[in-house]
Design a protein around this ligand. Structure first.
Ligand code: AMP
Length: 442
């Protein structure tokens, strides 16, 4: 099986839905929904689906996976969109199978949202309700059919639905379909479909049974994957400081001093913001490297080397640039700006706390970013501790009674910037400013 992570990563360059090549009717619908930028799974999957490839995608609900398959399928079906009243002009072209009625309903609602400016017809069928109403809609013709396997077979058995013109098959939450014993039903459905079709498989896990399913259902699939929920989130201490946008730089400097952080990766959303922050930090005398897509390779390597050698204290990076960074054991990550996609938050904090080591992720959140924080909390399914900014210890009096202690205690008020130091890279060994709550702090 071809594993196309490189291909997928290379294609993850588009930053807007328009750049992904979607039609204006679809872009308008996304705009109405408030989707501004594609999520990572959308960036990876949409170009591959448009290119006609079969796909094995490891992505959970919450990553934007529905749009990742629905948008390119709508785009591909545009050529067949028509307003004819004849059912024959609306054969089922895209079949989306889901394990549960709840997911079927949810997926169909999204399809309706994305499809609202197009004359393509869609419906959803699932068990546990009367078949008659579903039959009436099926008889009228639908291009997009979302279904649970059992009920689909019922309709196919009574010739209410014809699947011989299906061009696109989506298996959503395939792992759950197998867990729920749907394999025999899936095989029966497969026999009703043309062999020449494009198949997209979405699953939260990729164990042997899913790979087996992919072998019999997919042709030469590419594999794409996005962050799993709760893996990094469980290992990393996560702190949120509420700070106005204009006060973020001072807050960052204050935290570094108060927590005695000698090295950290600092995330911004855009290259422009990375450049600006990097320059401002340098002006404040902080040895700072900047890494983003517009930097020449030599500049990036120099920044990275400086960081690895301890000469660079802060490395400011954008999400995509940071993905390829080979830095192990990074104890501290700052979100100077929260990412637009909640999933990128997991990628970012996954840069710290690796291999079971404790890690620290500090987010500076302005009121304008409230919405993003809500999405992140929902995505990681945990609360995030909000804390006041840590205070910098006041300078000690010159004449102290215990000179020995004064010598042994590092003076937090003295600038330590530029002093290369490898151990400890981040002062996590000091008692945390606020005791970590097992339920909340991670
Ligand atoms: P899903 O993983 O498909 O269940 O999507 C999770 C939620 O994210 C849904 O409420 C979608 O409407 C929303 N969503 C999907 N893609 C985007 C996007 N690019 N921008 C904003 N919200 C999105």
């Amino acid at each position: 099986m071809e594993v196309g992570e490189n291909t997928a990563a290379a294609l993850e360059v588009a930053t807007t839905f328009a750049e992904l090549g979607l039609a204006p009717e679809i872009l308008r619908a996304l705009d109405d929904l408030g989707y501004r930028i594609p999520t990572p799974i959308q960036k990876q999957a949409i170009p591959l689906v448009l290119a006609g490839r079969d796909l094995m995608a490891q992505a959970q609900t919450g990553t934007g996976k529905t749009a990742a398959f629905a948008l390119p399928l709508l785009q591909k079906m545009l050529a067949h969109a028509n307003t004819s009243a004849s059912p024959a002009r609306h054969p089922v072209r895209a079949l989306v199978l889901t394990p549960t009625r709840e997911l079927a309903i949810q997926v169909h609602e999204s399809v309706v949202d994305y499809n609202k400016n197009l004359p393509l017809r869609s419906t959803v069928v699932f068990g546990g309700v009367d078949m008659k109403a579903q039959e009436a809609i099926l008889r009228g013709g639908v291009e997009i059919l979302v279904a649970t396997p059992g009920r689909l077979l019922d309709h196919a058995g009574s010739k209410m639905v014809q699947l011989s013109q299906v061009q696109f098959l989506v298996l959503d939450e395939a792992d759950r379909m197998l867990d729920m014993g749907f394999l025999p039903d899936l095989k029966r459905i497969l026999n009703l479909l043309p062999t020449k079709r494009q198949t997209l498989l979405f699953s939260a896990t990729f164990d042997d049974s899913i790979v087996g399913l992919a072998k019999s259902f997919l042709q030469n699939p590419l594999k794409v994957e996005v962050a799993r929920r709760n893996t990094a989130a469980e290992l990393v201490e996560q702190v949120v400081h509420r700070v106005d946008e204009v006060a973020k730089l001072d807050a960052l400097l204050q935290i570094i001093k108060a927590r005695d952080i000698s090295q950290a990766l600092v995330f911004t959303r855009t290259k422009i913001a990375a450049d600006k922050l990097g320059r401002r930090l340098q002006k404040h005398g902080v040895p700072t490297g900047i890494i983003h897509g517009d930097k020449a390779q030599v500049e990036r390597l120099a920044a990275l080397d400086g960081f690895k050698q301890g000469k660079v204290q802060l490395l400011v990076a954008t999400d995509i640039a940071a993905r390829g960074l080979d830095i192990v054991d990074l104890p501290c990550v700052f979100n100077f700006e929260l990412p637009y996609a909640a999933e990128d938050y997991i990628h970012r904090i996954g840069r710290t706390g690796r291999a079971g080591a404790s890690g620290l992720a500090i987010s500076l959140v302005s009121p304008e970013e409230d919405r993003l924080l809500v999405a992140i909390r929902k995505f990681i399914n945990r609360d995030l501790v909000e804390a006041p900014l840590p205070a910098i210890a006041p300078p000690r009096p010159v004449a102290v009674a215990t000179p020995v202690a004064a010598v042994e205690q590092p003076d937090a008020t003295q600038p330590r910037l530029g002093r290369p130091r490898r151990e400890p890279v981040c002062a996590l060994l000091q008692p945390p400013l606020k005791p970590a709550q097992p339920d909340q702090a991670v």
